[in-house]
Design a protein around this ligand. Structure first.
Ligand code: ADP
Ligand code: MG
Length: 724
């Protein structure tokens, strides 16, 4: 029996697989938010006073009145049970990037043995999952493992359907009994609050009287790969690590640039449509779908929403993508680099801040006054990316994202800001202290007291910048495809709060000493450019020149791996940033360093073990089987006195030997456990284990080019990327 039997079966399965049965399409109106307990539904079902009180809590973040909670819970239960829900779940977001849930039945057994369904306010508001199996980075000892979840009223409850049941899901925060945040939602709510008060300070100083709550918005573009489930099942690496650890590049990859925005394959489009339908029912505004650059790679993007809701929705989107793929005989890979040598997947986080009274604060606007305000917020962003760039790098540091950052395709690991030609020019003029006009047509005549009016068009897109201004928002392009967007949003909102507070202090002092507001703005922006202008870069972020210039001339940090990036979380000024703004206490921040480091170390260890086992039990045996069949052939030929080249056989023998040697070295390195610090362990994983894994791969991939295709046990890149 050939060793590639599973591969052959997979190909047969795929080529014979029919498309899913036809189903009539639904209208947007019939789908939209049907599975969400929306504000409109609450309004319709709750007594007026209760609704008012709840709305106030949602808008102001005040604590929910327990009496109100009972009424809301009862209405929520009515709605959910009418939709067939027998269970409810508190959904929370532990530090793993995943979504966690604890399910409980509405069932309550009465003294006479009968049952009723019950859902009290206190179980809506608070849950108590056993927290001991979630990472906490030393915050709690397991004997005091209790953590509790608390309803986040700002994110609506919804129903999750499976083919034979429904569950009412309640988005919650997850905190320890002593109040420390064990999740990603709590800091996001705190960071949003800090940003709100800092932004309000600045807006007040700019002369506004009526100022609504300022919040951040997020639109996250999600890239992903689809691979047929039959192939994925035959690849232990895809199964356990989410990426291929072996595989020679196919003859054709993305060099024809024919996939991006190409026609979507029918099977994929049917999958996408089901995803979108499910998202619509959950009130998630899916908006954009297209092929991505690599073969087998696609993108989905929603219409942007408030950061907290967008974050919950983003988690749901990842879940729905994965679950729906399974129903279509596909596997959805969210890994940042599933295939070496082809483009990886990111998640571009589009981020802006604004409110109901002043609108989008990162929108240039039409009048010089709006422009002045815009320049202040833009200046705040320039300062924050310069001052805390390494933190931005640290919050996207995962084992899988390391494959993108620093490689020549994704934004580099060096954090810089792209402003576009016109805006960069305005800031350069400010730096030179002589603001005379804007580069666009219709230049205005400007004195020191006046600011230019300019159009929204930021000019050319720069795809090589990690943090780019795109007309009315910034796009953080270095976030990993697999990551929760909470971490990046926490960092951005906290950093912005810090910058805005700094600006507010300066504005306050300058205006207090009699300076005009515009003159004060210009002088503050000049200081920002003098001290932080080094972070503004409009050139090619992938180029070697930039890497050199950024580090040597501009003093920016290049942190290529988690081993360099994660320790940033331990720096004193980062600890101060988070604690002074009330986002993370030093203990909470330290726990994050511990947890993320452990995750990195574990991911690399799992991959290394997989490399060893796949090399020994799949690749080496395939090489040997083929070698022995070659040897048999040679002896038969030589009996017939026919000469044949033994070169391929020698090559295979040599490569196999090198493969085993490399495996031996990797196994030895994995045995090391005597680390004196987490940092040392991180470095060992990044600088010793990973290169040794690459060595094994080098020989394995070379063998794939030599061994007969019929003997090769693993589905190939060609098959996985092109067959669906
Ligand atoms: P592109 O691929 O050109 O970057 P897409 O249309 O794929 O653009 O995605 C842009 C994303 O940015 C969408 O999710 C969109 O809703 C979001 N977005 C647009 N305006 C804003 C804004 N003001 N704040 C935050 N996100 C925004
Ligand atoms: Mg896009």
């Amino acid at each position: 029996m050939p060793s590639n039997q599973t591969r052959v079966q997979a190909i047969q399965e795929i080529t014979r697989r029919p498309l899913p049965p036809a189903k009539p399409p639904s209208t947007l109106e019939s789908l939209w938010a049907t599975d969400v307990f929306t504000l409109a539904k609450m309004k319709a079902q709750l007594p007026k006073e209760v609704f008012k009180s709840l709305k106030k809590t949602i808008e102001s973040g005040e604590k929910l009145d327990p009496d109100v909670a009972d009424v809301v819970a009862s209405a929520m239960k009515e709605w959910a049970t009418a939709k067939g829900a027998l269970y409810y779940a508190h959904v929370f977001y532990p530090l793993t990037n995943a979504t966690a849930e604890k399910h409980d039945g509405f069932i309550s057994v009465q003294s006479d043995g009968s049952v009723i369904s019950e859902f009290a306010g206190k179980v809506l508001v608070q849950g108590e999952p056993d927290g001991s199996s979630f990472p906490n980075g030393g915050i709690r000892a397991t004997f005091e493992a209790r953590g509790y979840t608390a309803w986040d009223v700002t994110s609506p409850a919804y129903i999750m359907e499976t083919s034979n049941g429904s569950t009412l899901c309640i988005p919650t925060v997850f905190v320890s009994w002593t109040g420390e945040a064990l999740d990603k939602k709590t800091p996001l709510l705190r960071a949003s609050a800090a940003m709100n008060s800092a932004a309000k300070r600045v807006l007040t100083l700019l002369g506004h009287k009526e100022i609504a709550q300022v919040s951040s918005s997020c639109g996250a573009e999600q890239e992903y790969f689809l691979v047929d489930a039959a192939f994925a099942a035959a690849r232990p690496d895809l199964l356990l690590a989410g990426r291929t650890l072996f595989g020679k590049p196919p003859a054709k990859a993305q060099q024809f640039d024919d996939h991006y925005f190409g026609a979507i394959p029918e099977r994929v489009q049917i999958f996408m449509q089901e995803v979108e339908e499910r998202l619509y029912k959950l009130g998630i505004p899916a908006k954009t779908r297209h092929n991505e650059v690599a073969p087998g790679q696609f993108e989905i993007a929603p219409f942007f929403e408030a950061a907290n809701v967008a974050t919950d929705h983003q988690q749901l989107t990842m879940t729905i993508l994965k679950n729906t793929a399974k129903r279509h005989g596909l596997v959805c890979l969210l890994h940042e680099k599933p295939f070496a040598g082809v483009n990886g997947s990111g998640k571009h986080v589009n981020w802006s801040v604004g409110n109901a009274t002043q609108g989008n604060l990162l929108d240039p606007g039409d009048t010089p006054h709006d422009n002045a305000q815009f320049l202040v917020f833009c200046g705040a962003v320039i300062r924050m990316v310069h001052k805390y760039g390494p933190l931005l790098r640290a919050v996207i540091a995962t084992a899988s994202n390391d494959h993108r950052l620093g490689a020549n395709e994704a934004p580099p690991a060096i954090m810089s800001v792209y402003l576009g030609v016109q805006l960069e020019d305005v800031f350069k003029q400010i730096a030179q202290g002589s603001l005379t006009g804007s580069k666009s047509k219709g230049i205005m005549n400007l004195g020191v007291e006046t600011l230019p009016a300019f159009s929204k068009d930021p000019g050319d897109r720069n795809r090589t910048s990690p943090f780019a201004f795109t007309g009315n928002r910034f796009e953080f392009r270095a976030v990993g495809a697999n990551q929760s967007v909470a971490g990046p949003l926490v960092a951005m909102n906290t950093m912005l709060a810090d910058s805005l507070n700094w600006i507010a202090d300066k504005l306050d002092a300058s205006i207090g000493s009699g300076m005009s507001t515009n003159a004060a703005i210009l002088s503050i922006l000049k200081v920002i450019m003098d001290e932080h202008g080094a972070v503004v870069f409009g050139g090619n972020g992938y180029s070697a020149e930039w890497h050199k210039m950024a580090v040597e001339e501009r003093g920016l940090l290049n942190l290529p791996t988690c081993a360099e990036a994660l320790p940033v979380l331990k720096e004193k000024h980062i600890e101060e940033l988070f604690s002074k703004l009330g986002v993370l206490t030093p203990v909470e921040l330290a726990s994050r360093f511990e947890v993320y480091s452990e995750q990195y170390i574990n991911s690399i260890a799992v991959e290394a073990k997989l490399v060893i086992s796949m090399a020994k039990t799949m690749i080496y045996p395939a090489a040997m089987t083929y070698l022995s069949s070659l040897a048999e052939t040679f002896s038969k030929l030589s009996a017939l006195k026919i000469e044949a080249s033994t070169e391929p056989a020698s090559k295979i023998a040599a490569l196999s030997k090198s493969l085993l040697l490399a495996v031996g070295k990797l196994s030895e390195a994995l045995e090391r456990h005597d680390f004196s610090s987490v940092e040392q362990h991180l470095t060992h994983a990044a600088k010793t284990i990973k290169p040794l894994m690459d060595d094994v791969r080098k020989y394995a991939d070379a063998l794939e080019s030599e061994v007969a295709d019929g003997e090769w046990p693993l589905p190939t890149y060609q098959e996985m990327l092109f067959m669906r």
